[in-house]
Design a protein around this ligand. Sequence first.
Ligand SMILES: Cc1cc2nc3c(=O)[nH]c(=O)nc-3n(C[C@H](O)[C@H](O)[C@H](O)COP(=O)(O)O)c2cc1C
Length: 219
Amino acid sequence: MQFFNKDDVLNAFHYRASTRSYDGTKKISDEDFRYILELGRLSPSSVGSEPWQFLVLQNADIRQKIKPYCWGIPTMETASHLVVILAKKNARYDSPYFAEIMSRRGLESEAKAKALAIYQKFQEQDIAILDSERSLFDWASKQTYIALANMMTGAAMIGVDSCPIEGFDYQKVNEILAKSGLFDPSEWAVSVMVTFGYRDKEIRKKARKDFEEVVKFVE
Ligand SMILES: Cc1cc2nc3c(=O)[nH]c(=O)nc-3n(C[C@H](O)[C@H](O)[C@H](O)COP(=O)(O)O)c2cc1C
């Protein structure tokens, strides 16, 4: 089944550009914003772990509090929406978090045990992420970037602009948001942020490496 023609999709990819200057008078409708969040929720994740939460940060005071810790040209006042994507801190195969994911799949206990044994080998040996809390968090964080990309591309498809933000002081931003009661810092931490809105001026055409430089066909 083909949902879109290639030109439309490519046009959206060309149109999407990291937007550092929004028209602060334009707000994304609730319907459009729910659509963007739905693209995040429906995103794929390793072993179906879905180790994310999407904080839609519309509170002006909290946005102001984190602004000094974001480098570049923060658009905390003008972005229509700011999403802070949290990643799960302890998404180990043997954690209560994983147990819950497994039970949501409705597996029998034998099938559950089999799946968990595979995930154990995967996390312990294959991808080897159990040696530090940081490795485990980064694995969860990787998954959130898939949701990030899907939301930004899907937004561009309906003419909504965005800018991913990982240029910020993680310690400070985590501290501010956790102290504001937005999440439990023993369970979650900020992975990446993203603003959405409408550009207020044209954005210079993107520079990319040539196709031949980045693609290698192995016959
Ligand atoms: C994961 C990620 C984090 C980024 N963080 C920031 C950021 O903190 N501030 C910023 O202005 N741009 C940020 N960018 C935007 C990049 O600079 C931009 O994607 C790149 O220069 C290519 O330009 P384009 O997005 O317009 O195609 C980020 C991009 C990605 C993918």
